[in-house]
Design a protein around this ligand. Structure first.
Ligand code: ZN
Length: 298
């Protein structure tokens, strides 16, 4: 049962120079933490990444989705998150229990845990066989800045992405959320500088989320000189995995005849766990032999 009622909220300035998406993602970040049994570093990293993809996906069209892969050299390994316009999402982190020394001020060292590498964005558009792919280097490791850099590079539109996941001493998510602000093409670029100044003045997003500011209050302070129009993105966010026994069998088949034959000879059922949702699948010896036969006749 999914009780998550979180949604992305979208805003435009009345002069149509700026558009923004805001999301409170505390519930979905807690869910990721429990699905992947993450330690604080991974909770923060994958929570921010998923929050960022939810914001980016809300600005797509119906039936479109996107995924972001962070391929860094740090202790967390690879991170992945995908979100659809309709609110479904899922995420993965290679080393959910990675732990490295904290920074001297006690904060988690996310930058080092992510390391150097690339950020790969895939946009899936229905009826197009290939997704649109974009790659940029990891410029910050804080994730929000990395997504903003990608948007700037790929869309040539100045963007601000601010993401926050706060944890208590036990590593439980206390508040999470994010803001994505984009200039609409043709708007004067000086606006983005003004926005950055206002965001700096408004104080850290983490503080605002923890004190319970709602999306309109959050964005209102950033755009306080401009009348804004709010549009609720009607799709609730929900963690959803597309795994199935059929896909598991496809993966097994892709491992090739030799591997399947070895599995069959061992005479034991093969357990496969979905890395996105933790669901366990069992391929029986009989079924593995059948897959092998199907492969042999191809
Ligand atoms: Zn799954």
């Amino acid at each position: 049962m999914n009780l998550n009622t979180e949604k992305v909220h979208k805003f435009y300035t009345e002069d149509l120079a700026v558009r923004a998406s805001v999301v409170i993602s505390t519930g979905i970040c807690r869910e990721i933490c429990s699905i992947h049994q993450t330690f604080p570093l991974a909770t923060m990293a994958v929570g921010r990444l998923l929050t960022g993809t939810l914001l980016m996906a809300s600005q797509l069209w119906e039936q479109q989705s996107l995924s972001v892969r962070l391929e860094g050299s740090g202790a967390l390994g690879h991170l992945y998150a995908e979100s659809a316009f309709e609110g479904t999402c899922r995420a993965y982190v290679q080393n959910p229990q990675a732990d490295i020394p904290h920074l001297s001020d006690g904060r988690l060292d996310l930058k080092s845990a992510i390391g150097e590498g690339v950020l790969v964005v895939n946009k899936n558009i229905p009826f197009q066989r290939q997704s649109q792919m974009g790659i940029v280097p990891i410029v910050s490791g804080e994730i929000g800045e990395d997504l903003a850099f990608y948007l700037q590079q790929s869309h040539q539109i100045p963007s601000i992405v601010s993401l926050s996941v706060s944890l208590d001493k036990e590593g439980k998510v206390t508040a999470a959320g994010g803001v994505l602000i984009e200039l609409i093409p043709g708007a004067p670029e000086t606006i983005i500088k003004n926005l950055e100044d206002k965001i700096a003045l408004a104080g850290p997003l983490s503080v605002r989320l923890q004190r319970g500011d709602n999306p309109r209050e959050i964005i209102g302070e950033y755009l306080h000189n401009s009348p804004i129009i709010g549009v609720e993105h009607e799709h609730p966010i929900r963690y959803s995995c597309r795994c199935s026994m059929e896909k598991v069998e496809k993966t097994l088949t892709l491992m090739g005849k030799a591997t399947l034959a070895e599995m069959a000879l061992k005479g034991e059922n093969v357990g496969v766990k979905c890395e996105f949702c933790g669901k366990q699948y069992q391929a029986t010896v009989t079924r593995i032999k059948e897959l092998l036969r199907l492969l042999a006749t191809e």
